[in-house]
Ligand binder design. Structure first.
Ligand code: SDX
Length: 428
């Protein structure tokens, strides 16, 4: 028996269908509400509103569950690799060995960028934040590949845009870092795998051989898997909204990068390390900062804590916390901010303010500690988040297009001045 919701407005009863997903999530479909009743719904920040149906990622915030195409994140983090997970998210199934080889090899053959891109890069001051550079250069791909602007691209043309984006973002990201420290850029090496190639481009010098550390490569693979998708978060919703206007994949992802840059979203991983460093510089008294986070009159927030959806532990935070311990031990690093992070976590998890509000460490709380151990500079942390989230953005844009979803255009309730006549300036 199909369920429905009854809503009574101005004494009239309306029945709205209920939609149920494969994981038993339920929603009231209000798509006919305005036509039937003249009413719209209001939900600032979309805390209760589903924008779409999707078959890519399932998360349960109360249970702390995260699945990519049905596969638990814990298994993928343990057994898979980032390129395989990217294929899974984008194409919907785990690839055969042949499919994986083809996908990897195609990406390898597109890692170079047009040399004119270096002129754009050189135009940025060395003080430019790499997220601003990344968003600009990804958008500039529309200039080098104008055919990507065609909204009626064939499947093969879309697949080529996907390969180009997966292949070139790491090169652009590494080059923006080298640009910021005034060092010569490194060209990609096709014999290296995806993560090794990125590390090579980030840290090699033309003057000496770069030694890849397998602990670092493995940690990076795991971090990118953990960031690969997260259903309708702020930046992914941005990618879908921009793409719904038939904007190209490159323009849509460029917009997603800008959304991710916000400190309340992907920018939190940089903000967490800056917060931990500030606590350390202030004498390391975590209780003082917990009090600040609880003080309504103090704008300070415990960065890396809280989540719109997870009202339990973020499953990614659990995995990253364990990996942080392993990586620092393997690399023989003793990072005092890790101790401060653990003290903060312990104090917050036992403090009623955080417990009542279900504020737990999220994916950003520990990731910065690993990035730092891997030698990634702080202002590149959010670029690392974008590197990981890229396949998710691509998969969500592709799904939205394949489902022929309408252009996104929310309604509003107007609260401004009612109709009034123009007054000439001399009479004001
Ligand atoms: C990511 O959506 C995703 O999936 C995102 C992401 C992904 O993978 O794409 O998971 C990645 O963005 C993780 C979140 C990273 N951001 C941070 O760590 C920044 C710090 N956290 C927050 O600002 C906040 O928790 C949000 C933005 C993450 C969630 O905000 P909500 O859901 O809008 O909740 P809220 O701001 O309304 O907070 C509810 C209450 C408020 O107190 P009251 O008004 O009820 O008294 O909790 C308080 C807030 O003041 N609160 C915090 C807090 N986070 C929320 N108080 C202190 N420190 C914090 N970190």
């Amino acid at each position: 028996m199909s369920e429905f919701a009854e809503i009574i407005l101005d004494g009239k009863s309306y029945q709205l269908p209920v939609v149920e997903g494969t994981e038993n999530e339920k929603a009231v479909d209000i798509s006919a509400l305005r036509a039937q009743s003249g009413y719209v719904t209001l939900d600032s920040g979309y805390k209760n509103t589903g924008a779409t149906t999707s078959a890519i990622t399932f998360l349960d915030g109360e249970q702390g569950i995260l699945h990519y195409r049905g596969y638990p994140i814990e298994q993928l983090a343990e057994k898979s690799n980032f390129i395989e997970v990217a294929y899974l998210l984008i194409y919907g199934s785990l690839p055969t060995q042949q499919e994986l080889n083809d996908f990897s090899n195609k990406i390898r053959l597109h890692t170079l960028v047009n040399e004119d891109m270096r002129k754009i890069l050189d135009g940025f001051p060395s003080t430019a934040h790499p997220m601003g550079i990344l968003s600009a250069l990804i958008s500039s791909l529309t200039a080098f590949y104008p055919e990507s602007l065609n909204p009626n691209q064939t499947k093969e043309e879309v697949d080529l845009s996907i390969i180009r984006l997966m292949a070139k973002l790491p090169t652009i990201a590494a080059w923006s870092y080298k640009n910021s420290i005034g060092h010569p850029v490194n060209y990609p090496k096709n014999k290296l795998d995806y993560c090794s190639n990125f590390l090579h481009m980030m840290f090699a010098y033309p003057t000496e051989e770069y030694e890849l550390n397998p602990v670092v490569v493995d940690a990076l693979n795991k971090l990118l898997i953990l960031h690969a998708d997260h259903e309708q978060n702020c930046s992914t919703s941005t990618v879908r909204l921009v793409g719904s206007a038939n904007a190209s994949l490159y323009s849509s992802v460029s917009a997603g990068i800008s959304a991710l840059w916000g400190p309340l979203h992907g920018g939190a991983n940089q903000a967490v390390i800056e917060m931990l460093e500030a606590i350390k510089a202030d004498g390391g008294d975590s209780k003082k900062f917990i009090a600040k986070a609880k003080d309504k009159d103090d704008p300070f927030r415990l960065m890396g804590f809280g989540h719109r959806v997870y009202k339990n532990f973020d499953p990614r935070a659990r995995i990253i916390k364990k990996a942080a311990d392993e990586v620092l031990t393997a690399l023989g690093i003793n990072d005092p901010v890790l101790d401060i992070a653990k003290e903060l976590e312990e104090a917050a998890l036992n403090d009623p303010y955080f417990v009542e509000r279900k504020l737990y460490p999220n994916v950003d709380f520990y990731s910065g500690i690993i990035y730092r151990a891997l030698g990634i500079p702080t202002d590149m942390f959010t670029v690392m988040f974008a590197l990981g989230r890229l396949p998710g953005w691509i998969a969500q844009w592709k799904e939205m297009r394949e489902n022929k979803e309408p252009i996104g255009r929310p309604r509003q309730i107007y609260t401004g001045a009612t109709k009034r006549d123009y007054v000439a300036v001399e009479n004001r």
